[in-house]
Design a protein. Structure first.
Length: 114
C-alpha cells in the first residue's frame, strides 16, 4: 500500500507560479512511475505530467514549456513546478503512483484567478 499526500495548492493570479509536492509513504518510491493529473469542474481527469523511474518525462501539450515535473527519490517526493499559470489551469491536481498497482492522492486545489 502506498499513501500519497499532495500539498502546495492555492490561489494565484494569472502569470504566477506554484509548486506542488506529493510525498509518498513507500520506501521503494524510486521504482514507481509518478504522474500528476488534474480535473476541472465538469471535465474529465486529464494527465498533466509524468516521470518514470529513469527520469523520463512527458507533458500534456497544454502545459509544455510552463510546467516541470521532477522527483527526489531520497525524499520520496515528486514535484510539479507550475509557471505562467492561466485561468484554464484551475483544477484539482492529483498525484498518482504506478508500479504493479495504482495509487492516488486526495488532491489539492489550484485556482488561477485575478
Amino acid at each position: 500500500q502506498v499513501q500519497l499526500v499532495e500539498s502546495g495548492g492555492g490561489l494565484v493570479q494569472p502569470g504566477g507560479s506554484l509548486r506542488l509536492s506529493c510525498a509518498a509513504s513507500k520506501s521503494i518510491f524510486s521504482a514507481y512511475a509518478m504522474t500528476w493529473y488534474r480535473q476541472a469542474p465538469g471535465k474529465q481527469r486529464e494527465l498533466v505530467a509524468r516521470i518514470t523511474p529513469a527520469g523520463t518525462t512527458n507533458y500534456a501539450d497544454s502545459v509544455k514549456g510552463r510546467f516541470t515535473i521532477s522527483r527526489d527519490n531520497a525524499k520520496n517526493t515528486v514535484y510539479l513546478q507550475m509557471n505562467s499559470l492561466k485561468p484554464e489551469d484551475t483544477a484539482v491536481y492529483y498525484c498518482n503512483a504506478f508500479l504493479l498497482n495504482e495509487y492516488w492522492g486526495q488532491g489539492t486545489q489550484v485556482t488561477v484567478s485575478s
